[in-house]
Design a protein around this ligand. Structure first.
Ligand code: IVH
Length: 700
């Protein structure tokens, strides 16, 4: 490159930025590039070079500044200027009809009212502020009043404009606040999961989850590597020069049409350079229902997941006059699609042996695509479920994803039976070790009674090394299987006496990987007490109970010596859990394990800070109330699972409640939920939703 003076450099930089922005817009927003990638790369590299030579000319809105360098310790909380509301949900056409009637009644409309129908993008809500056209802040919804500052991460999302496009006539908003959705496209999500699995990392349950996890990375460079996208659907506030405080510009004021309507806002957003969702219009309940069926059919052709559609009154001023109930505007509604259901065949029913010996029947299915992924097995939970649904080997069944995540057999298509179907019979002996199988009174589960069942041992070891327990990287199922096959470990204590030669003798383990694994094992000696208690895999002692026990007793010995009475004094620990702890620690195998761990120098330090709620879990942001008894799960287990999946448990129903889980003999909470119109989830659906191998911290 020939030498330039600063003035020339400035001009060239400005020209390059304009060009690059235009090409990014065509590529990421319009999906219609006009130059080959190689030419674009050349422009980009030239800009990078010039900015390196003239660092004083770097500005935050430069296309090169999408990824900053530093890692921030945490996200700063920032109050929203106005509350970020959510939508009330409808699950039936009747509810849509009632909504339309209410809007017509409340508005006293004489003529027809227009509604806009958009897909409900299954991502996470984002609020962006622009000052004089430059992106200045990106906030998550948070609790609706305060959000988390994720600006640096949002900047890495290529379809988010760092700088607004000029409106016709050259006007730029003084201030703009917009709301949209950050998401992962279905194919990008599949690719991301494939890559993660290849790297031995856990896969994400669904695109929403993956998007949330990606956006909330402390290091924006990690976010930048995730193919996040965004769509924007709401102008929350706009001030044009000389029009301070103006919320909705009058028709024509911006030189190209009204923003006082939802459709006008979408046009405005588009003109400013934002990607917007597609929409249709309707003005009566009948038209809306026709629209709903259209979108329901059409939704699989969209590149992103949608769990429903959003209906909004087009007239924004009228919508504002109608106000909101609690956290949702009266003029909008989210209609949730029923989960996609497909038919497939049960090829076999097998038993999986868990780490506490529970035998979980699992249906092996003819692989079938449902709600965005291929499913080849579904848990049948226990004998009662098999009997209730009457599932037999060879049956054709209806399959769906509970909570859009976990495959679940809904029912058997009895008309398709040929008579050759085979009923599942519970064996008397464990399929893995041949020990007796028992079903204790009052329990739904069958258990293997074997004390040295290899299948139990396998699961125990996997659990011991898992992320929330001792977190031994590299000690996943494949290595555990190899160690067991080679007879190198008889319990988790033996992990600590493994040598480099032992590990190198396993298939596919070289010098490097042996070294790495040994380092990870060594590091785990310093894990805090709470994780060690959890790692022991005692029935009913999940992650949350482990933290309570560690906080209360302070040392492994104090925990091991506590009387049942002392145990029940710990918050979260009931008589059932206390009993389970007492039984577990008196077992010779547990005693041996503990002495091996002590000999190995496992410190069980107290420095355990309770981990924050899991971010990006499938239940993130949801507040859940339980009433009545649940099938196959104690109340405590259910609450723990909700927390593990990122949700919050509450003991009373309010407008903030996301849904109420209703089991047998529900209490007044059910009436309250009905009164407030809170979504009700039957207990068996909930259990199916939260029960999943690997997610379960507390099987039993
Ligand atoms: S409008 C006042 N439109 O769905 C609420 N929301 O509770 C304004 N969502 O958290 C929301 N796609 O994050 C709207 N086209 C769309 C949407 C959408 C997805 C999300 C939004 C909100 C949730 C509804």
């Amino acid at each position: 490159m020939r030498a330039m003076n600063e003035k020339e450099a400035r001009e060239r930089i400005e020209w390059l930025r304009r060009e690059i922005r235009e090409h990014q817009y065509r590529y990421y927003v319009l999906d219609a590039p006009t130059i080959p990638d190689s030419e674009y790369d050349k422009l980009y590299r030239e800009l990078e070079d010039l900015e390196r030579m003239f660092p004083s000319l770097v500005t935050p809105d430069s296309p090169t500044q999408r990824v900053g360098g530093e890692v921030s310790p945490a996200f700063r909380s920032v109050p929203h200027r106005t509350p970020v509301l959510s939508l009330s949900n409808a699950f039936t056409e009747g509810e849509v009809v009632a909504f339309v009637r209410r809007v017509y009644d409340l508005s006293g409309a004489k003529g027809p009212l227009d509604f806009v129908v958009e897909p409900k993008i299954d991502g996470l809500s984002i609020v962006l502020r622009y000052e004089r056209g430059i992106l200045s802040l990106g906030l998550t919804r948070g609790d609706g009043l305060t959000g988390e500052d994720v600006t640096r991460n949002v900047r890495t999302v290529k379809s988010v404009p760092l700088r607004l496009r000029d409106l016709p006539g050259g006007a730029v908003p003084e201030f703009l606040e917009v709301r949209g959705e950050i998401y992962l496209a279905k194919d990008d999500f599949a690719r991301l999961n494939e890559e993660r699995e290849a790297e031995g990392l856990s896969s994400f349950a669904n695109p929403r989850n993956a998007a949330a996890g990606s956006l909330r990375q402390l290091d924006p460079r990690v976010t930048a590597k995730r193919p996040l996208k965004a769509l924007f659907y709401e102008v929350r506030e706009i001030e044009m020069p000389g029009n301070r405080g103006m919320l909705f510009p009058e028709p024509g004021e911006l030189g190209f049409g009204p923003a006082a309507t939802e459709t006008g806002s979408l046009d405005l957003l588009k003109a400013l350079g934002f990607p917007v969702p597609p929409y249709t219009k309707a003005s009566s309940a009948e038209e809306l229902i026709a629209s709903i069926s259209h979108w329901n059919e059409f939704r699989h052709t969209l590149p992103y997941d949608t769990d429903g559609i959003v209906i909004k009154l087009d007239d924004r001023e009228l919508a504002q006059r109608l106000g909101s109930t609690g956290h949702s505007p009266r003029a909008s509604l989210a209609y949730k699609f029923p989960p996609e259901q497909v038919e497939t065949k049960v090829l076999d029913i097998i038993l999986q042996v868990g780490r506490t010996g529970v035998l979980t029947p699992t249906a092996i299915l003819e692989p079938v695509r449902v709600s965005g992924s291929t499913v080849s097995r579904a848990t049948l939970h226990n004998e009662d479920v098999i009997r209730e649904k009457d599932v037999r080997i060879g049956d054709t069944v209806v399959l769906q994803k509970a909570g859009d995540v976990i495959p679940e057999i809904v029912s058997v298509v009895k008309e398709k039976r040929t008579g050759r179907e085979v009923e599942f019979r519970w064996p008397d002996k464990c399929p893995a070790c041949g020990s007796d199988v028992v079903r204790y009174p009052g329990e739904v589960a069958y258990r293997c009674t074997g004390m040295s069942c290899p299948a139990q041992l396998r699961e125990k070891l996997i659990h011991f090394a898992s992320r929330d327990a001792m977190d031994i990287r590299g000690l996943g199922p494949a290595v555990v299987d190899a160690l067991l096959d080679a007879g190198l470990v008889k319990d988790a204590g033996d992990i600590y006496t493994l040598t480099a030669e032992d590990i190198q003798s396993l298939p596919r383990q070289g010098e490097k990987s042996a070294e790495k694994l040994l380092a990870a094992i060594d590091e785990s000696r310093g894990r805090p007490l709470a994780r060690l208690i959890f790692a022991l895999g005692i029935r009913h002692v999940g992650l949350s109970a482990s933290y309570s026990l560690a906080e209360h007793f302070g040392s492994l010995d104090a925990f091991l010596e506590a009387t049942p009475e002392e145990l029940t004094q710990v918050p979260d620990i009931g008589p059932l859990t206390a009993d389970s702890i007492v039984k577990a620690r008196s077992q010779p195998s547990m005693k041996e394990l503990i002495s091996k761990l002590k000999a190995a120098g496992v410190k069980a330090a107290l420095a355990a800070e309770r981990p924050a709620q899991k971010a990006g879990g499938p239940l993130e942001g949801q507040t859940i109330v339980i009433t009545g008894t649940l099938p196959g799960m104690t109340r405590q287990e259910a609450e723990e699972k909700i927390r593990e999946l990122g949700g919050t448990v509450s003991s009373s129903v309010s407008r903030k409640t996301s849904f109420v889980v209703v089991g047998d003999n529900p209490g007044s909470k059910l009436d309250k939920a009905r009164e407030l119109g809170i979504r009700i989830v039957p207990a068996h659906e909930f259990v199916a939703m939260v029960t999943k191998e690997g997610v379960l911290a507390n099987e039993g």
